[in-house]
Ligand binder design. Structure first.
Ligand SMILES: [Cu+2]
Length: 135
């Protein structure tokens, strides 16, 4: 019986390991449209280099703006939100980008918004979840 439990435990841990456990990825691939991010939820490991690929399939300029931990742009992105930006990239209509950034070192949920005027109100927001990096 004990042996059976150990085998089961090993098997389960292998399954979890193969799934990456947390589901964190060092890659973000996002499509922007008028007015949303697809997908709109990302999980990355803390402090790691994140490959960021994005395409703007919309008709207007869109941005991918990660707000600093514990901050929110609120319903409108304005001047007072600028110091709270952790990282951002702007895409022209029909444009694409392939770049990278370093994930925040502090685990937690981070707000992602499009800072183009009126886009937050139109629902152009997403969530970046930072999880502790696996040793
Ligand atoms: Cu936008």
């Amino acid at each position: 019986m004990k042996r059976y439990l150990i085998i089961t435990a090993v098997f389960l841990s292998l399954i979890l390991a193969s799934c990456g456990g947390s589901g964190a990825s060092t890659k973000i691939n996002v499509t922007m449209t008028d007015f949303q991010f697809q997908p709109n939820q990302f999980t990355v490991p803390a402090g790691q280099e994140i490959t960021f690929t994005a395409a703007n399939n919309g008709a207007v300029v869109h941005n991918f703006v990660i707000m600093k931990h514990g901050t929110s742009a609120g319903p409108f992105f304005d001047d007072e939100d600028v110091p709270n930006v952790y990282w951002q990239v702007e895409l022209q209509p029909g444009g694409s980008v392939n770049t990278s950034f370093t994930a925040p070192t502090e685990p937690g949920d981070y707000e992602v918004v499009c800072r183009t005027e009126g886009h937050i109100a139109s629902g152009m927001t997403a969530k970046l979840t930072v999880v502790p990096a696996e040793k």
